[in-house]
Write a protein that binds this ligand. Structure first.
Ligand code: 5GP
Ligand code: MN
Length: 324
């Protein structure tokens, strides 16, 4: 942490970035870190390759995130948040990797230790917890905009304080953010309480795809491109739907297969797919994801696959999940 702090104090032009298809933690950490460095007088660009999901548009300073950077070599520092490996930032991965000093701030067990400086703590409930600690150590006063971002990161990554990564810091930091001015009811309304009719229709279709395997210990849910078209929804509208598959009694591992999950062009076969894995703690989801080149946490992990048929993909996942 010390060398990361020293570098954050001395850098001048920083690119702050988080992973593609960002969740609340990737967005919240990005904004809070970016604003903190700005308040220290740094020149800062907040970068995320993907479109920001509608549910996070309420965050103050969300407009400061850009999806295009003219010249990555103009920065002396890249601060990479919530990424287990550098490829997670997307297509600009190699250009960002060439920036003078790459700082890796993350909480995933599969973090591969990329970068010149690492502040990786798998005990943290969210990357936002690590950003909070850094901001605190940097002596930066947490503004309201930072507070909304940090709170949203912690709320979403802990599944509203329900997942196994929920720790004391999640509550302590949240309490502090409320003191600064965050309204938890408003965050909940924006993030969980507002959805399009299309999203509900998509949920209906997705629920209908649920199938069980391995004596009911594995559940599989599928969201196809066609289903998105039919309901007028976007890939991120399926966020959270896997929890229905996970909650089925006796299920130890839930699998959500999202066709075209990255929003990219269709490759040969029926892919690309994004696969989300959730476990009840008795199965190591990160290990299964890692076998496909992905990663994450023991209880929540994911990976992308290119050209493969849906049937083959399911068979390959189930083959790896036999030890239940
Ligand atoms: P989700 O299923 O919500 O996309 O992701 C669950 C967890 O797995 C998150 O912590 C996320 O960062 C991680 N994850 C998802 N997809 C990938 C991937 O393609 N590669 C890696 N390394 N991690 C992923
Ligand atoms: Mn995270």
């Amino acid at each position: 942490m010390k060398s990361t702090l020293m570098h954050l104090k001395s850098c001048r032009r920083a690119l702050v970035a988080s992973h593609v298809n960002p969740d609340g933690d990737a967005i919240g950490s990005l904004i809070a870190m970016g604003l903190a460095l700005k308040s220290l007088g740094k020149e800062v660009t907040m970068y995320n390759e993907s479109a920001i999901p509608a549910v996070y548009q309420f965050l103050p300073a969300i407009d400061r995130i850009v999806s295009r950077v003219a010249d990555f070599s103009a920065y002396d520092t890249a601060v990479i948040l919530d990424c287990g490996n550098l490829d997670r930032v997307g297509e600009a991965g190699s250009a960002i990797g060439a920036i003078g000093t790459v700082v890796n701030i993350d909480h995933h067990v599969t973090n591969n230790g990329f970068g010149d400086l690492q502040y990786v703590d798998t005990e943290a409930c969210a990357s936002a917890e690590l950003v909070y600690r850094l901001i605190h150590e940097l002596g930066v006063t947490i503004s309201e905009a930072m507070a909304w971002s940090l709170y949203t990161g912690i709320l979403t990554d802990t599944g509203s304080f329900r997942f196994s990564n929920t720790n004391r810091a999640a509550f302590a930091i949240s309490e502090e953010m409320l003191t600064i001015g965050v309204d938890p009811w408003m965050v909940a309304q924006y993030v969980y309480g507002t959805y399009s009719l299309g999203r509900i229709k998509l949920l209906n279709l997705a629920l209908d795809t649920i199938e069980l395997a391995h004596d009911g210990k594995v559940s599989l849910m599928t969201v196809t491109r066609k289903m998105l078209e039919k309901t007028g929804t976007r890939p991120e509208d399926a966020d959270g739907m896997i929890n229905y598959a996970r909650g089925i009694e006796d299920v130890r591992l839930a699998v959500l297969i999202q066709q075209n999950g990255n929003g990219g062009p269709a490759a040969n076969g029926n892919g690309p797919y994004h696969v989300s894995l959730r476990s009840d703690g008795s199965v190591d989801a990160a290990a299964i994801a890692a076998a496909f080149g992905g990663g994450g946490h023991a209880s929540a992990a994911g990976f992308n696959v290119e050209a493969v048929s849906l049937a083959e993909l399911k068979a390959r996942i189930l083959e790896l999940a036999t030890d239940l």
